[in-house]
Design a binder for this molecule. Structure first.
Ligand code: IDC
Length: 344
């Protein structure tokens, strides 16, 4: 190679390196935060915007796609687990692709019952940012429980989802769950009216967002949704189970509804009983997760905290807020982490 050619080559290499570096600098923040993976390797990078097709959740290529991971406990009570290291551990060590942020509406210090709304919104926003930086999907859960009927705080829900959906309108990874568990007589008709008001508020900002709607009797009566579905696209219906309480009869209902094309999302489940405590029933839980795998249903486990209750996945004495090792996990935590890892 003569002198001139060598010079050209060196200049070309320099330019290529310079251009790459310049492009790199314009990458979103996650690129710097997440040195372990390139974006294409993250769940969102590989699967993009999700939608509902033929009763199933599908990815941007139209292939069936299953979300799975942990739900936080109440954000007001366990805010410390909303941090990037925690979510990264759930992604890289537990092998999960989704987290759920549980915002209680009406319990002690709930969003509509005396909680500091600004701080709670900040926690939700931070949670969404961490998930986004890590290329994970995130479910924003308006955790109706004590209020029984989502219409009790309908105005607040409209305001909340209006503000939140405006923020995330350009993101592919945010899923909205508009009422965790209507219960104690809250009717499907009433839930439909509530959904009919809240869904258009979200859709005004984010026309394609996937939205999960809770069903009567603590999100067990999916058959009522099947009999009278909502007239919106990209909607899924919540089915919740606790393996120590809900057994064959609810699995049969689940299979029947799936067979008829109802899009179901298990946005909360536990291996113990419905109190969140009581013994774990791993045999029932296995039967549930086998069914879930058979139909590619998405599923999120309750709960990421060290509360002294069976459903918490961390031991009560564990003070770490991320980077957990096997010894930090409760019986529930060890079991579900293993199951999640088998999904990959
Ligand atoms: C439970 C928590 C518990 C908390 C209680 C508040 O585990 O620490 O004191 O809520 O009412 C659900 C609910 C979920 C419950 C969980 C266990 O969605 O909020 O969490 N559960 O009872 N549905 C069925 C079970």
């Amino acid at each position: 190679m003569n002198r001139k050619n060598r010079w050209f080559r060196a200049a070309a290499v320099f330019m290529a390196v310079f251009m790459t570096a310049a492009l790199w600098r314009t990458e979103p923040v996650w690129a710097a935060a997440d040195s372990a993976k390139g974006q294409a390797d993250t769940p969102v990078g590989a699967h993009g915007a999700l939608r509902v097709e033929g009763g199933s959740l599908v990815d941007s290529k139209g292939e069936k796609y299953q979300l799975y991971g942990m739900s936080t406990h109440g954000l007001a009570w366990f805010p410390q687990y909303v941090n990037q290291e925690a979510f990264q551990t759930l992604r890289d060590d537990w092998g999960t692709n989704c987290v759920r942020l549980a915002l209680y509406t009406d319990e002690y210090n709930g969003y509509c019952s005396g909680g500091n709304q600004e701080e709670l919104r900040k926690l939700v926003e931070n949670g969404v940012s961490y998930a986004t930086e890590l290329g994970m999907y995130v479910v924003v859960d308006w955790h109706v429980l004590n209020d029984r009927d989502p219409n009790v705080h309908r105005e607040e829900a409209v305001r909340f989802f209006d503000q939140m959906a405006e923020k995330w309108k350009d993101q592919d990874n945010v899923i909205y769950e508009i009422c965790n568990e209507p219960n104690s007589g809250a009717s499907w008709q009433g839930i439909k009216e509530y959904a009919g008001e809240v869904i258009p508020v979200i859709r005004r900002h984010d026309p394609d967002a996937v939205i999960i709607v809770g069903t009567p009797t603590w999100s067990q009566d999916i058959d009522q949704a099947l009999a009278s579905p909502l007239e919106f696209d990209n909607v899924m219906y919540a089915l919740h189970f606790y393996a120590g309480t809900h057994t064959d009869w609810l699995r049969s209902r689940c299979e029947e509804c799936i067979g008829k094309g109802l899009p179901i999302f298990v946005s909360e489940f536990g291996m113990c009983d419905a109190s969140g405590n009581g013994a774990n029933d791993f045999s029932q839980a296995s039967q549930w997760l086998d069914l879930i795998r058979r139909y590619d249903i998405s599923y999120l486990c309750w709960n990421l905290a060290n509360k002294n209750e069976k459903s918490s996945v961390l031991k009560p004495e564990c003070q770490k807020t991320g980077g957990w090792s096997a010894e930090d996990l409760s019986e529930s935590g060890q079991w579900i982490r293993q199951r999640f890892r088998e999904e990959n």
